[in-house]
Design a binder for this molecule. Sequence first.
Ligand code: GDP
Length: 224
Amino acid sequence: MTKTAFVAIVGKPNVGKSSLLNKMLGQKIAIVSSKPQTTRTKIMGVLTKGETQLVFTDTPGFHKPHNKLGEKMNEAVGDTVGGVDACLFLTEPRGELNEQELQLLDMFKKQKMPVILAINKIDMINDKEELLKRIVYLTSFYDFTAVVPVSATQGDHVDELIDELDKLAFESPHFFPDDTLTAQPERVLAAEIIREKIHGIANCFSNTPTFSWHCSCGRKNART
Ligand code: GDP
């Protein structure tokens, strides 16, 4: 009996969404950068494990819009959250939830969304007590379906997370061939990888005020 779940990966910029998606799929498909909001396209990752197909939407992150592009990004997140079976909400291991994260939690409540909380970057925490306190703090905000502390970069507990997502899948035919990793055309993936490389180069020349380039679709991108 085949099963499918459409899952939106949501969380603030730089929390590790792309890293986690890449780790779950075992292949680099979304760019990872120390600068937030570099992933502009909705990248779909598809993971088929046994009878279950998990279709992931990697979002640009939920943030305060400073310009039209920012507004579009937030709209993209809103659309994503509305059209999925479940959300995978990533948070940092420390610090207060910010305004945008609280807004996401409000949206979950309104939509009675099944949400799995992944506390990422636990490799930065040595103290189990600290992690327990973190879980108590975060679970006071929402009735999460499951809470899984993970490290996207180290791969810690990523399999457990996939098992929890598996439980949310509905009986349904698979939407993609079982060997699909992403629904994005190769051209977009290539543009993502190039963008990441350019970021690496741009960071080496921090005195350069503006760095701009054209991706293969002809759109001009600029970053200061
Ligand atoms: P996104 O903006 O949410 O997609 O975040 P990215 O996946 O691009 O990651 C942002 C930064 O956090 C990068 O420098 C990653 O290497 C780092 N990062 C992601 N996951 C982890 C983790 O589990 N542990 C640590 N220490 N760093 C992480």
